[in-house]
Design a protein around this ligand. Structure first.
Ligand SMILES: Nc1ncnc2c1ncn2[C@@H]1O[C@H](COP(=O)(O)OP(=O)(O)OP(=O)(O)O)[C@@H](O)[C@H]1O
Length: 335
């Protein structure tokens, strides 16, 4: 294990930002700290970086107790959402900065910076100033600069957060490929579940200062530890007292399987069809089908159907019976 966080606690005044957090972050992997705003992700990242001190607990990096070490002794590189570049220095000099202050030989610096600029696809922009780059290019420069000093650990706090959706998506794919080439242990903070599921090898779900679940994207999606993780990782709907995913529900136009319901609304959303139904007990349930599945059923608004959870699909029991689904359906109940 590359980073061991053991029983870490952190308060800001009376506010508990982290409550007895223990996480093992594996070497050479890409790990996401995922959770809602204010949950404590950045605080945990800053504690790993040494920018913040834990009140209790221990941080170990590559077998070394780093709890009391200042940031510059931890050999970590970091990139934040609003990256502050040296405005008056070229891209090349920005990337070289960490190597220059370490007084590495000029030849070595040139070679290493060329390699890094190629890695982040910025070779042709080496002599530009940061202001002459796009937002996405600037974040790539920031990553090259963080990697220049060969950190043991790379820490990224919402590094693409300020960029538009398309650039964000491109950088996400690019980060995944970069990591496959470089293999530096990387921890990144995100509140975007899609980003975490797509990019990370391991995800740590953090909410209200506590770890809700740690696992691979598949573990979390298919075997959510609790209702919070289930709701946070994707769309949900409720069938009886079970919280389920709308695409894990099956509809039948006849027969006796599952629960009797009536179709209240049919909506096409891109390549999916969303079918809202109301059970005979009056519970609104949302089902998503592919277009072909929908056409094969031959159903429309007011059709009588049966609905059931596809065998083997994840579900969790809802804690309070009156709790509404996270994605409320627009169904008007019929009985
Ligand atoms: N220096 C500080 N002083 C007081 N409270 C703080 C400080 N830093 C963080 N907090 C509080 O601690 C909580 C956790 O903050 P943190 O930034 O770790 O959350 P986060 O999960 O990263 O959220 P976001 O995605 O919004 O950045 C928040 O309620 C925040 O207001």
């Amino acid at each position: 294990m590359s980073i061991e966080i053991v029983n870490v606690g952190k308060r800001f005044g009376d506010f508990v930002a982290l409550d007895d957090v223990s996480v093992s972050i594996p070497s050479g992997r890409l790990t996401a700290l995922l959770g809602p705003s204010g949950g404590g992700k950045s605080t945990l990242l800053r504690i790993i970086a040494g920018l913040e001190r834990a009140d209790v607990g221990k941080v170990e990096i590559e077998g070394v107790d780093a709890t009391g070490l200042p940031p510059q002794k931890r050999n970590v590189g970091f990139v934040f959402q609003h990256y502050a570049a040296f405005k008056h220095l070229t891209v090349r000099r920005n990337v070289a900065f960490g190597l220059e202050i370490r007084k590495r030989p000029k030849d070595e610096i040139r070679r290493r910076v060329d390699e890094l600029l190629a890695l982040v696809h910025l070779e042709q922009f080496a002599e530009r100033l940061p202001a002459q780059l796009s937002g996405g290019q600037r974040q790539r420069m920031a990553l090259a600069r963080a990697l220049a000093v060969e950190p043991t650990v790379l820490l990224l706090d919402e590094p693409f957060g300020a960029l538009d959706a398309k650039v964000r998506k491109e950088l996400r794919d690019w980060l995944r490929r970069l990591h496959d080439e470089v293999h530096v242990t990387t921890v990144f903070v995100t509140h975007d579940q899609e980003e975490a599921l797509e990019v990370a090898d391991e995800i740590v779900v953090i909410n209200e200062g506590r770890v809700e679940q740690i696992g691979s994207p598949d573990d979390l999606y298919d075997r959510p530890a609790n209702e919070f993780v289930m709701r946070f990782l994707g769309p949900v709907t409720q069938l009886g007292d079970q919280l389920v995913r709308p695409h894990d529900l099956q509809l039948f136009s006849g027969g006796t399987t599952g629960v009797a319901a009536r179709v209240t609304r049919v909506t096409r959303i891109g390549f999916e069809i969303r079918v809202d139904v109301a059970t005979t007990g009056g519970q609104p349930v949302t089902v998503t089908l592919t277009r072909n599945e929908f056409l094969a059923l031959g159903i429309a608004v007011d059709s009588e159907v049966r609905v059931q959870l596809a065998p083997g699909s994840p579900s969790t029991t809802v804690s309070t019976p009156e709790q509404r689904t996270a994605e409320p359906s627009l169904a008007t109940t019929t009985s």
